[in-house]
Design a protein around this ligand. Sequence first.
Ligand SMILES: O=C(O)CCC(=O)C(=O)O
Ligand SMILES: [Fe+2]
Length: 295
Amino acid sequence: MTDMTDIVALDAASWAPALAADAQDLAVRTLEGGGVLVLPRLAFPLAADEQRFLSPRWSDGRAKNISFDRGKLKGARGSADELAALSRMVARFAAEASTLVTTLFPRYAPHVRRARTSFRPQPAVGRAVSWRKDDSRLHVDAFPSRPNQGERILRVFCNVSPDEDRVWRVGESFEAVARRFLPGVRRQIPGEARWLSALHVTKGLRSPYDHLMLGLHDGAKRDLAYQANCTQQVVRFAPGTTWLCFSDQVMHAAMSGQYMLEQTIDLPLTALYDRERSPLAILERLCGRALAAAR
Ligand SMILES: O=C(O)CCC(=O)C(=O)O
Ligand SMILES: [Fe+2]
């Protein structure tokens, strides 16, 4: 096993691709093994009257992304008609992305819970943000206000720019990251999870797993020497490319690009083909104790 993250291309050009058994196997092994699955021929075509959405002017200026969740568009500005058309575009992507996941990974199908969809009309980098929010630093996704008890964060991305690659850096394996940063994570204070929840800082209880994931996220982002020197590779996603990964497992950093659609899917551990490869299982092995209520 090397610590380099696998980047594997799949030659599918449909959102409901018919895959041969070996390609299906490869897709599962890549994704659950902590790799990035790339579909260079799978574009999300915009209709003629949707081309106008390729502009940063649709952002309301406060949020970085326009998000769509349970039928509601947030972070966008425009007339009611324009926002309705933008919602339809994002909703169509949400449906296609879900179809892709349930087709590529039939075992996930009954468990797929669609979380938010985002449209990102702003340049990937450039806004001044704190180091903790700086997604141009390598990190695994972990959300301070949304503990997930070890559930998986599966994301489908599509570069809808007409002419610009989206460029990521992708880092080393989750286990290597965990071994390096676990020792530096501070202990959870007794009662901390309960008061964070009571104060509505978190939605639900922050489990030991969630605490450690935030610790890995912060530990890696804070460490500039690590950012510069760790095992990593640059990956370019050309216009018209779709890619998927478990972003709670893959070390990723956005370096450049503009105009991307993204679908987040929450997936319970029971959906996985191999639970033992999940961040929860890896962290529990390294810590020698249970870190979240079994799901
Ligand atoms: O904007 C991107 O390309 C990826 C940013 C990121 O870290 C994420 O979406 O989790
Ligand atoms: Fe991220």
